[in-house]
Design a protein. Structure first.
Length: 295
């Protein structure tokens, strides 16, 4: 059943925001590469085909991601943000027929008229584990979130490697601090067979300018599946930080993951759009470059 609970403790914490007009247009115009029975079949993002991405989840790059996560400084939130406790949100990376993907849950969002939405598996941090260490508490919660995601043991992926965590994000509505943890699951096709409550979205889509966008409020949002809204709010912020680590020094992903979130980039795009709009148009509505060149 599409709306079945992953587990009592592994709740979805998606934002109640309405998707932006830009992301709605992207969802309608772009064929998103997703896998899972919820969408019935996979389709391919035209823009993403130009970006070489199979090596993103190669053994060498997974090792590099784990090293970077160990060495990089991360922001830890506390105080008022954690008044209702702490949670861990797992960002499950895996391959579907060798295509690198992020595995997401599909659920009905009661705050958005029961529309379908994508989410990340999560679990609360138990106070008893905090007495040992924060790393033990984080690992324990991440394992419980993955256990709830897959449920039946004989239908799990072959791997379940926790690579490390990125900076904390604040779930303002839930008044919790959320620690995003990156996990690598290997090939997931068999584990997903027959599941209509999970979907794998290709990194070639999520790491393209059609797959991720800045919001007017200074946040980030991701494209979803054909039938489910993408990540928003703190979940999107956590995934954004994780994908920057996965991309590493690969310049092919700079525009999508970095440049478009800068004020200079947005200003330049606005100027270019205004200039294009002011050009004379011919009868079919396209810029009349021939007339301009002949003038």
């Amino acid at each position: 059943m599409l709306a079945r609970r992953l587990a009592r403790e592994a709740v979805h914490s998606a934002s109640l925001c309405v998707p932006s007009a830009a992301m709605r247009r992207a969802s309608a115009a772009v064929a998103v590469r997703t896998y899972g029975t919820h969408d019935q079949e996979a389709s391919t993002s035209a823009q993403a085909r130009g970006i070489a991405h199979p090596a993103l989840l190669s053994d060498a790059n997974i090792d590099r991601v784990a090293r970077d996560l160990r060495d990089m400084p991360t922001r830890k939130l506390d105080g008022d943000f954690a008044s209702a406790g702490r949670r861990v949100a797992v960002i499950p990376l895996g391959t579907f027929n060798a295509d690198p993907c992020v595995i997401m849950t599909i659920y009905r969002d009661a705050g958005a008229n029961d529309a379908h939405a994508c989410g990340l598996p999560s679990a609360g941090v138990e106070e008893s584990t905090l007495l040992e260490s924060s790393s033990v508490a984080t690992t324990s919660a991440a394992r419980r979130a993955l256990d709830a995601l897959w449920g039946i043991k004989d239908r799990r992926p072959s791997r379940s490697d926790l690579l490390g965590c990125v900076s904390d994000v604040a779930d303002v509505r839930g008044r919790t601090v959320v620690t995003p943890v990156i996990a690598y699951l290997g090939e997931v096709k068999e584990a997903m067979r027959g599941r209509d409550d999970v979907a794998a979205i290709s990194l070639s889509t999520l790491m393209s300018t059609n797959g991720v966008k800045p919001t007017r409020e200074g946040g980030v949002e991701f494209i979803g599946t054909i039938g489910a809204r993408g990540l928003q709010g703190h979940e999107a912020m956590g995934l954004h930080g994780a994908l920057r680590v996965v991309a590493g020094p690969n310049a092919a992903y700079r525009e999508a993951l970095y440049d478009q979130f800068s004020a200079d980039y947005r200003a330049a795009k606005a100027v270019a759009a205004a200039a294009a709009k002011s050009k004379p148009n011919d009868i079919d509505g396209r810029p009349d470059d021939y007339a301009n060149a002949s003038a």
